[in-house]
Write a protein that binds this ligand. Structure first.
Ligand code: HEM
Ligand SMILES: Cc1cc2nc3c(=O)[nH]c(=O)nc-3n(C[C@H](O)[C@H](O)[C@H](O)COP(=O)(O)O)c2cc1C
Length: 498
């Protein structure tokens, strides 16, 4: 017998919290403390049909994080119709709220990547905005990321014909229009309803690579299909217009979080592979647990306080660091180098490790046969006081000379200027990942915003090549930049060798 609407609607507390999602009833009581989005959003939707609310943030795949016993049964149309519809908790009005302009600038006034952040400020709900700008602890790693790019200077060469420059590159052996790509970011639906679908359409139109997050709002199959459709449409248009045979095509890659349950990881890999769209898999290795994102936690506490005294008391009892101590279903904190074997076998194509932060681990990655490493501190969201990627790149050059030529090395974190991409390439990186500016661009202007952001980065890159005196990326060599300031700060072993 199916559950009645009255029964479902009565489970609205921290001691019993049920949600209806896509005609299925779930008991999420044990997940209240674990939910990275906080307990308040779940309680706000308790006893309700939360399907539409969940879809704004997650795909239904997220339900795989719930224990099997959490599933209580299925309901029909009549029961669903009798249930209240869930909603978002009231927006917190923190200090930031009062400082924000509510006017979205015209897209033509967006000139540099950082302009998108100000624009997104005008349209994004405070909680989503906080999710994007959030970093761990007091933000030391994100600040270091931003500063690292400024610490390297160009050494421009003059009187070199740069009338025509060629910014084309390769990523894992596949042609790329530029040596940058869009980094994987979860929950793009919190920025704009077109979410990842809008992002990949824009990538297809501009011929740029992108990495899709495991935590996407849209399902991996939907994203892959939208990407293929857009490419097909473009191919038709180009044929009609005489074609643009020289421009590399956009490509997608898939970012993989390995959850506690290996069966879920395998299913994710197989689903991504079955689409036939993703060129490589990027396994995120800097998340044994979620970093301490202080701003998110403060907002969640404010939300709980505003929601009810009961929830506030519950949040207090749950205490800090509960997630980190108990582990969560989202991440496998026992992952080791040995796990790469089954991951590689399941995927059967190029594998990149995302989140490498020490030169020794690049040497190990090489030994374990991965195809690439992404030097990254997750945009300052995981280990605080972690090294910025450029410093790690210099560490590799210092202690393992030649290694950067033996596998693809990528960097990300804090790049907000297309010309800066050339600094990383000069030091041996294949490409630079760019995250937040694209989230903000999508949030503020949808697909058009992503296209403009890609255009701004590529325009700055090409102008940078001309000003630095580089006709092609082959001329982006170590001697074309001065990283002395960062080099002074790189890690030194106690003995002279590793
Ligand atoms: C009931 C099943 C649910 C599960 C298993 C679940 C799981 C998760 C996970 C794993 C994350 C972290 C994602 C990341 O790191 O990118 C997350 C974040 C989040 N979830 Fe859920 N979620 C559920 C329901 C919901 C619902 C119903 C809502 C809203 C209506 C919601 C809103 C959010 C928000 C706002 C965040 C972002 C947290 C932040 O600001 O950092 N979730 N959820
Ligand atoms: C909002 C947001 C969501 C992110 N989600 C993921 C994710 O799902 N998987 C992942 O491996 N990295 C994720 N990252 C990290 C990015 O892939 C990337 O390492 C980082 O954003 C680069 O720094 P930048 O934003 O300063 O350019 C996320 C970053 C942000 C800002």
């Amino acid at each position: 017998m199916q559950l009645s609407a009255e029964e479902i609607a009565s489970h609205r507390s921290t001691s019993s919290c049920w949600l209806v999602l896509d005609f299925k009833v779930w008991d999420v009581t044990s997940y209240l403390n674990e939910h990275p989005g906080g307990a308040a959003v779940l309680l706000e939707n308790a006893g309700c049909d939360a399907t539409a609310e969940l879809r704004k943030v997650h795909s239904m795949d997220i339900l795989s994080y719930l224990p099997k016993e959490a599933f209580l049964g299925t309901i029909d149309d009549a029961v669903l119709a009798a249930l209240p519809i869930g909603g978002a908790p009231a927006e917190s009005t923190g200090a930031l709220e009062t400082e924000r302009s509510k006017e979205l600038p015209h897209i033509s006034s967006i000139v540099v990547p950082n302009d998108f952040e100000a624009a997104a400020n005008a349209v994004m709900p405070l909680k989503s905005l906080t999710y994007v700008l959030s970093s761990s602890h007091d933000g030391s790693a994100i600040l270091a990321n931003l500063e690292s790019w400024r610490a390297i200077r160009f050494r421009p060469r003059i009187l070199h014909d740069v009338g025509i420059v060629d910014p084309r590159s390769t990523i894992l052996g596949t042609a790329s229009a530029f040596p940058f790509y869009v980094s994987p970011m979860g929950q793009l639906g919190r920025g704009h309803p077109v979410a990842e679908i809008g992002l990949v359409r824009a990538l297809a139109r501009r011929g740029v690579h992108g990495v899709l997050s495991t935590e996407s709002t849209a399902k991996v199959e939907e994203v892959a299909a939208a990407f293929l459709d857009e490419k097909k449409k473009l191919a038709g248009e180009q044929k009609g217009a005489g074609g643009d045979g020289n421009r590399p095509e956009a490509q997608l890659h898939f970012q993989l979080y390995i959850p506690a349950d290996r069966a879920i990881a395998i299913q994710r890999i197989r689903r991504a592979r079955a689409t036939g769209v993703f060129r490589s898999i990027w396994v995120t290795v800097d998340t044994p647990v979620l970093g301490k994102r202080s701003a998110d936690r403060k907002l969640q506490a404010a939300e709980a306080l505003a929601a009810s005294p009961e929830l506030a008391a519950h949040a207090e009892r749950a205490g800090f660091g509960l997630l980190a101590h108990a582990g969560s279903s989202q991440f496998n904190s026992s992952l080791t180098w040995e796990d790469l074997k089954w991951i590689k076998e399941e995927w059967g194509g190029p594998v990149v490790l995302k989140g490498v932060q020490a030169a020794e681990d690049v040497a190990l990655a090489m030994r374990f046969g991965v195809d690439g490493v992404l030097l990254s501190n997750h945009g300052g969201r995981q280990m605080h006081d972690a090294p910025d990627a450029l410093t790690t790149l210099l560490e590799i050059r210092t202690y393992y000379p030649g290694l950067v030529d033996r596998l693809d090395v990528f960097v990300d974190g804090g790049c907000r200027d297309g010309a800066d991409v050339l600094k990383a390439v000069s030091l041996g990186a294949k490409a630079v990942g760019i995250g937040r500016p694209f989230f903000y661009a999508l949030a503020a202007y949808g697909e058009k915003g992503v296209e403009r952001c890609l255009d701004i980065f590529s325009d700055e890159l090409v102008t940078g090549m001309r000003l630095a005196g580089m006709k092609s990326l082959d001329e982006a060599r170590p001697e074309r930049v001065n990283p002395s300031r960062l080099l002074r700060d790189i890690w030194r072993p106690e003995k002279s060798r590793l």
